[in-house]
Each structure stands twice: as structure tokens, then as C-alpha cells.
Design a binder for this molecule. Structure first.
Ligand SMILES: [Fe+2]
Length: 280
């Protein structure tokens, strides 16, 4: 237990994930507790809080300790308020989230973090998996890391649309109205707080590596998309009502297992991010 904050941290795996206990997020948190949580998030990529019966206002107030909340990256504006946060049945988005990804990386400034609270999760199924992009990077050979450090990649709304059918077309219309459909980001991102290197290409959004030929790009991306799926870097969370997950979109990718047919009602907001920065 942390003597100052009273918080306890229990790691879930070596690579990724930790549960934080000893805090009621409906109440204001101290500066010390905030630093504890921020550090745990940067280090472990995703942190979980159990039994947090938060309404939209208290979720928003908690998120504001760590950045600027938006109701969701698709439609968020600077004018968003807690009352804009909606509960959504994730069944609709099942096809779009069953792929390893970091959230909306086709944006110039993808959200730095995402908060998701289970309201009515399925009785079974509907788990979410997270994979450490620090561990995925660290597990590569030195020559591979040295090469990737120098590269940049295109992230595209088109790839998402092609994969997700009618849902993707509707989503792309909403998103495409407000944002350019493609963005180039470094293949390796330097985490803005921990300074660690993290793999930053993902199967949902990344289409090609700019500096490589088409065949080379396809081969390297194909390898990396498989690489992040290794159980060595992964954890899996079984949702209970009032679980809150808070993840860092640079340090981890995630995958929502689509093995459910009943409702899966979740509350979700994201924190505004900056442009990803690479090693160069
Ligand atoms: Fe996501």
C-alpha cells in the first residue's frame, strides 16, 4: 500500500495491466493519488478500478484530473460537457473493435487515453484484451528496432471503413466530415511521460510504411500486426458491472472479444492527445 495515498496496486501480468484499490472515484482525489494513478497508467498501460458506481458527471470529473475529456473521439468537440456522455450498447460496434488497435490513430492528435466503465456487461463473453506496446517493441531484435525507429506510417479511415462494412461507412461519414481521412505518424512512438519507446502501428488503421516499397511495407506490417497478439504482451479482462478501465493509447493496443449476443452497455470518454512523437 502507498503510505501517503492509501492506494494499493496489484499487477495483472509482467507486461501489462494493474488493478488499483483503495479509492472511491466519486470523491475528489488528492494530488498524490493523481500522481500515483498517472504513474501506474504510464507504466502498466491500463489500470482498473472495481466497484465504481460513477455517473457521467463523476466520470468526467475524474477524467479531468488527467487531461481534457471528450465524449468520444468521433464526435467530441471542445464544448463537450459531462451531460453529453452517453451510455452505449457496444453490440453495434462489435465488428469495428474486434481487431487489435489504438483508438482512432488516423487523427492528427489521437486521444492519449480512454476511460470505459461497464454498466451492463454480458453475463459472460465481451471481454477486452490489452497488449503492451513497450513489451512488443522491446521483444524485437536490435536491427529490427533500429530500422523501425526511422520509419513512419500512414493511418487511414479508409482501412477501417473497408473492414467494418455498413457501420464503418456511417462512422466514416461522421468522422470524415470533421477530419482529413489520413495521417502519418512515427512507427515507434516515444511515450510523452515515461520516455519509453512503444510500437505504434495497428491493424485497424495503419495502411503502409512510407519509406518502404509496397511489398516490404506489407510484409513488415503483417509481421508487426501478428507480433502484438503474442500472449507474452497481453492480458484479458472479464467485465463486472461498475468496473472502470483507464488505458493509455500509446502504451497499449486493445481488442474487444466479439463473443456475445446480449447487450454490452458501457460508458466511455477519451482524453485529448498531442501529435505522436517518434525517436527522430
Ligand atoms: Fe478502441
Amino acid at each position: 500500500m502507498n503510505a501517503v495515498t492509501g492506494l494499493r496496486l496489484k499487477r495483472l501480468t509482467t507486461a501489462v495491466g494493474a488493478v488499483i484499490e483503495g479509492v472511491d472515484l466519486r470523491k475528489p482525489i488528492s494530488g498524490e493519488a493523481m500522481r500515483f494513478i498517472r504513474q501506474a497508467l504510464g507504466e502498466h498501460g491500463v489500470v482498473f478500478f472495481r466497484n465504481q458506481a460513477l455517473d457521467a458527471e463523476s466520470l468526467w470529473a475524474f477524467a479531468e484530473n488527467f487531461g481534457k475529456p471528450h465524449k468520444e473521439e468521433a464526435t467530441g468537440t471542445d464544448q463537450d460537457r459531462p451531460s453529453d456522455v452517453v451510455e452505449a450498447d457496444m453490440r453495434m460496434a462489435k465488428s469495428s473493435t474486434a481487431v487489435w488497435h489504438s483508438d482512432t490513430t488516423f487523427l492528427a492528435r489521437p486521444p492519449k487515453a480512454t476511460l470505459m466503465r461497464a454498466i451492463r456487461p454480458p453475463e459472460f463473453g465481451g471481454d477486452t484484451c490489452w497488449s503492451s506496446m513497450y513489451a512488443a517493441y522491446d521483444a524485437l531484435s536490435e536491427p529490427m528496432r533500429a530500422m523501425l525507429d526511422k520509419l513512419s506510417a500512414v493511418h487511414s479511415l479508409g482501412r477501417f471503413m473497408a473492414r467494418t462494412g455498413a457501420f464503418g461507412v456511417h462512422y466514416a461519414q461522421t468522422m470524415g466530415a470533421n477530419h482529413p481521412p489520413e495521417r502519418v505518424h512515427p512507427v515507434i512512438q516515444i511515450h510523452p511521460e515515461t520516455g519509453r519507446k512503444a510500437l505504434y502501428v495497428n491493424e485497424a488503421w495503419t495502411t503502409r510504411i512510407l519509406e518502404l516499397g509496397p511489398g516490404e511495407s506489407d510484409a513488415i506490417l503483417g509481421f508487426l500486426f501478428e507480433h502484438v497478439k503474442s500472449p507474452d504482451f497481453n492480458m484479458r479482462w472479464r467485465w463486472e458491472p461498475d468496473d472502470l478501465a483507464f488505458w493509455d493509447n500509446c502504451a497499449v493496443q486493445h481488442y474487444a472479444v466479439p463473443d456475445y449476443t446480449s447487450e454490452r452497455v458501457m460508458q466511455r470518454i477519451v482524453l485529448a492527445g498531442d501529435e505522436p512523437r517518434g525517436p527522430n
